[in-house]
Structures are given as structure tokens and as C-alpha cells.
Design a protein around this ligand. Structure first.
Ligand code: VG1
Ligand code: CO
Length: 557
């Protein structure tokens, strides 16, 4: 193998956020921008983690992935990597990358995706690195990579032709090999081991159960056909926007009530199907809808956890533990308490769950941001969440004759609230605010927190405590701080502010609101109505409108 050494210079700003490095496509197209970051990554890993070893490569099909894949393959070969397993056409969802790393015992893998951010020449591109148990690289690694991007002087790249990513099979160049793999088969095999596919198939083939899945022209388009249609017998018409496109059909591939409008319109219409779901750019997020009913993601993880042992084969011997990210509602906490299993509250971002899973302390976890998953892999998993709900519904309805009333998504949710109480939850996103004004608002809140004291009155609420969330990993003792400003009140209600770490322009302010309600007569209330007093309080203490000039959020969950 002929290795070239290319002289290069450091580039500013290659610091990873909540989930990988995300920038505008045009930035990644600057000379050596991507190759620099990949080389900095190899400079950060111990050689025994990659020399002669196997790495996985895939992405969500967005614009620039095809060029990026060739750059990554050549720099990997230049640094002595033994083998690259790459998804055909460069496609692999984030959960599939995690699954392939684990199944093929690879040392790690790359995901070419900016996840839920829009794609295309004028939008975003991104790259994430996952380690050998399939988990997102921990901050110790990403900090080192960033350090190395500031001192880099040389890129090592192999002088090989571009690899044909369209044909399955093995290509060898001396001691370096590229294997183009089917993006679906390893992942599908895993799903078949986790869930009861026959039971789900029986549900999907009932004349009185209608299902719809919106792939949002993103990576799950490649998975939906083989899994839902070919394996589980759903009608091909059940899949919306099922062809992955480089610009996601000019859409914003974020499965929420604002950006998944087409699905929301269908599911809230007069002829709504019984079950609807959507996934994001890279397939790790999910939105679950019943007939004219939205399951908020914080509830979804709690409801899956509460039903897992009875309905889902993978969990039949019980759960090791549950966890959620700090801003996610406390619905899962109540399930953990009832099941008497350990419970963890971690900072935003999936990387914090993985250590707990590797240590055997965690089975099911989730984030309010439409992320749900389990220890079958080390990433959140959109299709897994859809299958989990289908498996639960299939189990609840398995003895129902056609014509008998089926247990619906809404029934499962209402029963859950009746048992555990309801944690009303909402998130307001203010996207692309001016960075300076967003930072000033956060400073103002920090100042307020430093002067606050327990017992203080905030309107009708009494402060229990206010702080900036910090976390110490119970497995490796590492700690992180400044993970979100929280105001927690004596009745358990919470107001939380964070700045997003996944954007590529300006600042996105996230405001999270939660209030617990035990009174079943109030469980049917709309979350926006139930939470109105707390939302008004949040807007007034933060002076958000004054700082940002925004009267309305961009997205309400
Ligand atoms: C957001 C979500 C967070 C999620 C992250 C990655 O981060 O809030 O919960 O883990 O995106 O999701 P932030 O920093 O913008 O709030 V994805 O689907 O981009 O991999
Ligand atoms: Co994603």
C-alpha cells in the first residue's frame, strides 16, 4: 500500500458537540477539513485500537456522504487500519453502526450524519465516532481529538482508487480490505432476536389494525421495506417517504409534531390509522402516535419499560435498571421505583448511558428528544422503539377476535397514567437565536440561581433548589458540569434551560417544563393547558422575550 503524507494546518472550531462534529456542508468541503479531523482522531486513539483492526463506516445518505466515505477510507488505510466494513451506498443508520460494531467485533465506527439537521449543499453535514462496544466516543476521547485538531501538521492517506460502494463484496489492496455490506441484515437479525416477530406480524396483518411509518426520506427508508413490509407483512403503502434522498426531499428530518407534519396530519385526521411512527435522519430517533394521540417521548420510555418484561422476549428475565437524561420527565423514575430496579439520571446525550450498560446496570433508557433505546446496542434506536410499541400492542391484543375492540396506544397510555400518575411535559425550542443574546440569558439565569435559596416563592411555586446540573459517572468516576440550569419546586415541578449542542448556526435555546399530576380526573388535559402557569413562570424569570426578541418558540413538543 502506498501511503502519502500530506502537509496540513490546524483549523479552528473542530470541537464536537452533544453528538459528533456538525457544520455546514460548505465548511466540510474546505480543503482537508474532514481529513484533518479524521487524522486527529487517529492521532488520539492508541494504535492497538486501530492498526490492523476493523472499523465500520456508514451514514444517513445525506449530501456529501459519498465523497466523505472515500476520504475516510483512504485516511483510515493511511493510518494502518486493517479493514473497513462499509454499508452499501455508504448507508447505515446510527443504531445499525452500533449493532455492526458489536456483532463483527470491530474496534469502532464512523457515522456520517448530522442526524435531525436538514441536508443538502446549503445545509448540514456531520460525523460521529463510536467505540468498540458501539457507544458514542466518550468526552475523554473527543477532547483529545479536539486538542489534536489544533496541532495537526500531517495527514496520512493511502494512494488507492475510489471504492465502488454500490456492489456488495470484498476489495483488497495489499493488507487493507474494504467490505461493502448490506446495511440491513445484521440489524434485522438483532431485531428478530429482541422482539416476537411472529406476534407483530399477526398484529400487522389484522384487517382491524392500520399502521403507518414515515421515514422522512432519511435512512430508515432503507430499513422500513425489508423490516416492516418484507418481514412483518405490512402493506407497502404503509411506508411514507420511504426513499432516502440526499436532501431528505427538502425536509427537516426530525420526527416531532412540527417537522413530521405529513404524518401528524394523517394521524390526527378523521380516517387516522391505529398506529403511526416516524424516525430521523440517521434513524436513532422515533415519534410514536396513536389514533389522534401523541405519546410524549418521556412517557414512551416509561411505558415501554413498564410493559417490557411481559411483552418483549429480550426482557423476559427482567430489567437491570432504567435511566433518563436530566431534562426528560420523571415518568421513568416511577416505573423504576415500582419495579424496584436501579435508576440513573444522566446529562443530555447518549454517551452517558453506554458506561452503565457496559457495567450491566441498565436495560432501558430514553431522552425527551425522541430518543429511546436499550442495551441491545449502545445508541438510541428509532426502529427498535417502533417495534417495542408494536410488540406491546401485539401482546395486549393477541387473543382479540376481529370485531372486538383492540387495546389502543391511547389505552396503554391512560392505563399507565392511572397506575403511576402523569408527568405533564413539554419542550420549547427557540432555534437559531443570536448566540450573544442566548448566552446573556443563560448568564442572567445563572446569576438568579446563585442568589436563590430554598423555600423562596416563585408565584404559586416554592423553590426546592436551583442549580447547574453536574454528573459523576458511577462506573468510571469521570464528571461533567454545566449540563443545564434547573429550577426544581417543592411539588416536583421543574423548569430547565439548556443551549443545544447539535446546531450549526446561532444558538438554540431549549426550555423544558414538567409537572406531576396524581389526580386521574386531570390526566386527560392537554399538556399545554396543564403546564401554562409553569411556562409563563419560565418565560418571566428568564426574560427570554427581552433577551432574544422571540415571542414564539420554533418547535413545541
Ligand atoms: C439533541 C437532544 C439530545 C440528543 C442529541 C443527539 O441535543 O436534545 O437529547 O441526544 O440531540 O440526537 P442538543 O444538545 O441539541 O439538545 V441526534 O438524533 O442528533 O443523534
Ligand atoms: Co439522530
Amino acid at each position: 500500500l502506498k501511503i502519502k503524507s500530506i502537509p496540513t494546518k490546524p483549523v479552528e472550531g473542530q470541537k464536537t458537540g452533544t453528538s459528533g462534529l456538525r457544520k455546514k456542508v460548505k465548511v466540510f468541503q474546505e480543503e482537508n477539513y474532514l481529513a484533518n479531523w479524521i487524522q486527529a482522531l487517529f492521532n488520539s486513539l492508541p494504535p492497538e485500537d486501530y492498526v490492523g483492526k476493523t472499523l465500520v463506516l456508514g451514514g444517513d445518505g445525506r449530501y456529501f456522504n459519498v465523497e466523505a466515505a472515500q476520504i475516510i477510507i483512504k485516511v483510515a488505510a493511511g493510518n494502518g487500519v486493517g479493514k473497513i466494513l462499509v454499508g452499501r451506498h455508504g448507508l447505515l443508520s446510527t443504531p445499525a453502526v452500533s449493532a455492526v460494531i458489536r456483532k463483527r467485533k470491530a474496534s469502532g465506527g464512523f457515522v456520517m450524519s448530522a442526524s435531525h439537521n436538514p441536508g443538502g449543499p446549503d445545509n448540514d453535514w456531520g460525523i460521529k465516532f463510536n467505540y468498540s462496544s458501539g457507544q458514542p466516543a466518550p468526552e475523554t476521547i473527543t477532547d483529545q481529538i479536539y486538542g489534536n485538531t489544533l496541532s495537526i501538521s500531517e495527514i496520512k492517506t493511502a494512494d488507492i482508487p475510489d471504492v465502488d460502494l454500490a456492489a456488495l463484496g470484498v476489495i483488497s489492496y495489499d493488507d487493507f480490505t474494504v467490505e461493502v455490506i448490506d446495511p440491513v441484515s445484521d440489524y434485522l437479525e438483532l431485531m428478530e432476536n429482541v422482539f416476537d416477530f411472529q406476534l407483530i406480524k399477526d398484529l400487522l396483518s389484522r384487517p382491524d389494525f392500520r399502521f403507518v411509518f414515515d421515514a422522512m426520506h432519511a435512512v430508515t427508508g432503507a430499513y422500513a421495506g425489508p423490516i416492516f413490509v418484507e418481514k412483518l407483512g405490512a402493506d407497502p403503502d404503509c411506508i411514507l417517504n420511504g426513499v432516502p434522498l440526499e436532501d431528505f426531499g427538502d425536509g427537516h428530518p426530525d420526527p416531532n409534531l412540527t417537522y413530521a407534519k405529513e404524518l401528524v396530519f394523517i394521524m390526527f385526521g378523521s380516517r387516522a390509522p391505529d398506529f403511526g411512527a416516524a424516525s430521523d435522519g440517521d434513524g436513532d430517533r422515533n415519534m410514536i402516535l396513536g389514533k389522534r394521540f401523541f405519546v410524549t417521548p418521556s412517557d414512551s420510555v416509561a411505558m415501554i419499560a413498564a410493559n417490557a418484561q411481559t411483552a418483549i422476549p429480550y426482557f423476559q428475565s427482567g430489567l437491570k435498571g432504567l435511566a433518563r437524561s436530566m431534562p426528560t420527565s420523571g415518568a421513568a423514575d416511577r416505573v423504576a421505583e415500582k419495579l424496584n430496579v436501579p435508576f440513573f439520571e444522566v446529562p443530555t446525550g447518549w454517551k452517558f448511558f453506554a458506561n452503565l450498560m457496559d457495567a450491566g446496570k441498565l436495560s432501558i433508557c430514553g431522552e425527551e428528544s425522541f430518543g429511546t433505546g436499550s442495551d441491545h446496542i449502545r445508541e438510541k434506536d428509532g426502529i427498535w422503539a417502533v417495534l417495542a410499541w408494536l410488540n406491546i400492542l401485539a401482546h395486549r391484543n393477541k387473543d382479540k377476535k376481529v370485531g372486538e375492540r383492540l387495546v389502543s396506544v391511547e389505552d396503554v397510555a391512560r392505563e399507565h397514567w392511572a397506575t403511576y400518575g402523569r408527568n405533564f411535559f413539554s419542550r420549547y425550542d427557540y432555534e437559531e437565536c443570536e448566540s450573544e443574546s442566548a448566552n446573556k440569558m443563560m448568564e442572567h439565569l445563572r446569576d438568579l440561581i446563585s442568589k436563590s435559596s430554598p423555600g423562596e416563592k416563585y408565584g404559586d411555586y416554592t423553590l426546592q433548589f436551583a442549580d447547574d446540573f453536574s454528573y459523576t459517572d458511577p462506573v468510571d468516576g469521570s464528571s461533567v458540569s454545566k449540563q443545564g440550569l434547573r429550577f426544581v419546586f417543592s411539588d416536583g415541578s421543574r423548569i430547565i434551560f439548556r443551549l443545544s449542542g447539535t446546531g450549526s448556526a446561532g444558538a438554540t435555546i431549549r426550555l423544558y417544563i414538567e409537572q406531576f399530576e396524581s389526580d386521574a380526573s386531570k390526566h386527560g388535559l392537554d399538556a399545554q393547558i396543564a403546564l401554562k402557569p409553569l411556562i409563563d413562570l419560565a418565560l418571566s424569570i428568564s426574560k427570554l422575550k427581552d433577551f432574544t426578541g422571540r415571542n414564539q418558540p420554533t418547535v413545541i413538543t
